[in-house]
Design a protein around this ligand. Structure first.
Ligand SMILES: Nc1ncnc2c1ncn2[C@@H]1O[C@H](COP(=O)(O)OP(=O)(O)OP(=O)(O)O)[C@@H](O)[C@H]1O
Ligand SMILES: [Mg+2]
Length: 459
C-alpha cells in the first residue's frame, strides 16, 4: 500500500499544488477543504501524515489538531501557517503537532518535512513492536503467590533509580527479573548492558567495565569504551557479583558512590548515569562474614533486595511453565506442541528441579524434539526425574482431611531427609531439628523401612 498524505486547506490552489508535488513523490493524497470534512474522512481512512492549515473557516486548525490527536493517536500532523499566525504555529507544536511550515510554501520543505514525519512515525512504530517483542520474550510466567508478589515488587521498584540486588539459586530467573525492572523503568529506551562478572578474567574485568586508553597495557591498541560507558542513561546488570574480586568491588563501589570512573590507563574522570542491578546465587551476607565481599558494597547494593525462590518452593507454577515452553519450542521448530499426559505432569511436578526453571526449559526442549507421538507420557521422561520423586506423584493430595495430608507429608518428608543423610538417624534428627529418639519413634510408627538405621547409628 502506498504511503498516504492528507492535505487540509481551504485554498483550492494550495490543495492542488500540494497534491501535485506529493503525487510526484509517489504518495497517495487525500484532500479536505475544511477541518470538519477532514475529521469526517479520517473516520473511514487514516493517512500516514496530515498537512493541516491553521486558519480555516469553521473549526480552526488548532481545534482540529486537538480532535485528531484525541481520536487518532500516532498520526503526525504538520501545520501550515500563514505569516500572521506564526505564534499560533509554535503553540501547536507544544500541543503535539509534528512541525509547521510557513506560507508561502516551499515545496521542497513540504516534501522533506513529510518525509521526516513519516520516518519518525515508522521509528516509533518499530520501537513499539520491539518493546512488545521484548515483553513477550521476558515475560515472567507463573501465578504462585510468591511470583505474583515478585511481579508487583518489580512494578513498584522499577521506576525508581535505586540499586537492586537479586538473589536466588541458578536458573531461577534472576536475569529475567533484572530485564523486567529495566523494561518497566524510565530507562527502557536505553541500553541494558549485561556483565557476567564470573566469566571475565580478573585481569580484564576493569578494562571491560571501565574501558581503557590506547596503550594502557600490552594489547591495548586502541581506546575502548567500557560497559559503564555503554550503560549511560540505561541499566547495567552485574551478574554473579559474588564472584568479583575485592579490588574490583572497591572500584565498583566508587562508581556507585560518585557516579564517575576513570578508564584504565587514563586520568580523565568520566561521569555516568547508570542504574545498577546486581545478581548473585551466593549468600552475600555469608560472603561478607567470610571477608570475601565488602560490607559497604553489600549495603549499598542491597537498597532494594529481590529474592527469586527456587522452583521447588512454587511447584504450582510448573504446569504453566511447562505449557509456556512447550508452545515456545513448538513454534521454534515449526511443529505442533505435544500434549503432556496428566501422569507426565504429575511426575514433573514431583521432581526437585535443582537447576530450576532453566533445567525445566531445557527438558521441555528435549521433550519437544524427542517426542515419539503427540502425547508425552511418563515413559518419555528421563529416569533420573522419575527416580527422584519427592513423593509418589500426586499422592500427597489424595486425602481430603488436613490431618491425613499432614501425616502423609510428614512421612514423605522423613523418608526424603533420611535418604539425604544416607540413612543416618542422628544426622537426620539434627538436620530437621528434632530429638533422635523422637525421630526413631516416628520412623517406627510410620512403618518406614529403614534397614541401615541401626548400623549407621551405631557406627
Ligand atoms: N518465571 C519464568 N517465566 C518464564 N521463563 C523463565 C522464568 N524464570 C526463568 N525463566 C527462563 O529460564 C531461563 C533461566 O532464567 P535466568 O537466566 O533469568 O536465570 P538466572 O537466575 O539468571 O540463572 P543463572 O543463575 O544460572 O544465571 C531463561 O531462559 C529464562 O527466560
Ligand atoms: Mg543469570
Amino acid at each position: 500500500m502506498k504511503t498516504t498524505v492528507m492535505v487540509v486547506d481551504d485554498e483550492k490552489d494550495i490543495r492542488e499544488s500540494l497534491t501535485g508535488v506529493l503525487k510526484d513523490e509517489g504518495y497517495e493524497v487525500m484532500v479536505a477543504a475544511s477541518a470538519e470534512e477532514a475529521i469526517k474522512k479520517l473516520d473511514s481512512r487514516l493517512p500516514d501524515v496530515i498537512l493541516l492549515d491553521i486558519w480555516l473557516p469553521g473549526m480552526d486548525g488548532t481545534e482540529a489538531l486537538k480532535e485528531i490527536h484525541a481520536k487518532h493517536q500516532g498520526v503526525p500532523v504538520i501545520m501550515i501557517s500563514g505569516h500572521a499566525n506564526i505564534e499560533t504555529a509554535v503553540r501547536t507544536t507544544k500541543l503535539g503537532a509534528y512541525d509547521f511550515i510557513e506560507k508561502p510554501l516551499s515545496l521542497d520543505k513540504v516534501v522533506i518535512t513529510v518525509e521526516h514525519a513519516i520516518e519518525q512515525k515508522r521509528l516509533l512504530e518499530e520501537n513499539r513492536q520491539l518493546k512488545q517483542k521484548a515483553w513477550a520474550k521476558y515475560s515472567i510466567i507463573g501465578n504462585s503467590a510468591v511470583i505474583e508478589a515478585l511481579k508487583s515488587d518489580i512494578e513498584r521498584a522499577a521506576p525508581s533509580n535505586s540499586w537492586v540486588l537479586i538473589t536466588g539459586e541458578n536458573g531461577t530467573g534472576k536475569e529475567l527479573v533484572a530485564r523486567n525492572i529495566h523494561l518497566l523503568s524510565n530507562r527502557s529506551g536505553k541500553a541494558f548492558i549485561e556483565v557476567n562478572c564470573a566469566a571475565i578474567p580478573e585481569e580484564l574485568i576493569e578494562s571491560e567495565l571501565f574501558g581503557h586508553e590506547k596503550g594502557a597495557f600490552t594489547g591495548a591498541h586502541q581506546r575502548k569504551a567500557g560497559k559503564f560507558d555503554m550503560a549511560d542513561k540505561g541499566t547495567i546488570f552485574l551478574d554473579e557479583i559474588g564472584d568479583m574480586s575485592l579490588k574490583t568491588q572497591a572500584k565498583i563501589l566508587r562508581v556507585l558512590q560518585e557516579k564517575s570512573f576513570e578508564r584504565v590507563g587514563g586520568n580523565e574522570i568520566i561521569t555516568v548515569d547508570a542504574r545498577v542491578i546486581a545478581a548473585t546465587n551466593k549468600d552475600l551476607k555469608e560472603e561478607v562474614r567470610k571477608g570475601a565481599f565488602r560490607e559497604d558494597l553489600f549495603y549499598r547494593l542491597n537498597v532494594i533486595p529481590f529474592h527469586v525462590p527456587p522452583l521447588r518452593e512454587r511447584r504450582e507454577d510448573i504446569p504453566l511453565l511447562l505449557s509456556h515452553f512447550l508452545k515456545e519450542f513448538a513454534a521454534e521448530s515449526a511443529r505442533e506442541a505435544p500434549i503432556l499426559s496428566r501422569e507426565a505432569i504429575e511426575v514433573l511436578c514431583g521432581y526437585r528441579w535443582p537447576g530450576n526453571v532453566r533445567e525445566l526449559r531445557n527438558l521441555v526442549e528435549r521433550l519437544v524434539i524427542m517426542a515419539r507421538s503427540n502425547t508425552v507420557t511418563p515413559e518419555d521422561i528421563p529416569t533420573y526425574i522419575k527416580g527422584s520423586q519427592t513423593a509418589a506423584p500426586g499422592s500427597l493430595f489424595t486425602s481430603s482431611l488436613l490431618k491425613e495430608a499432614r501425616r502423609d507429608f510428614e512421612r514423605e518428608f522423613i523418608v526424603r531427609k533420611l535418604k539425604e543423610a544416607g540413612g543416618n538417624i542422628a544426622r537426620t534428627a539434627e538436620a530437621i531439628g528434632i530429638e533422635r529418639s523422637h525421630l526413631y519413634r516416628k520412623i517406627k510408627s510410620y512403618g518406614i523401612e529403614h534397614e541401615e538405621a541401626t548400623e549407621h547409628d551405631n557406627a
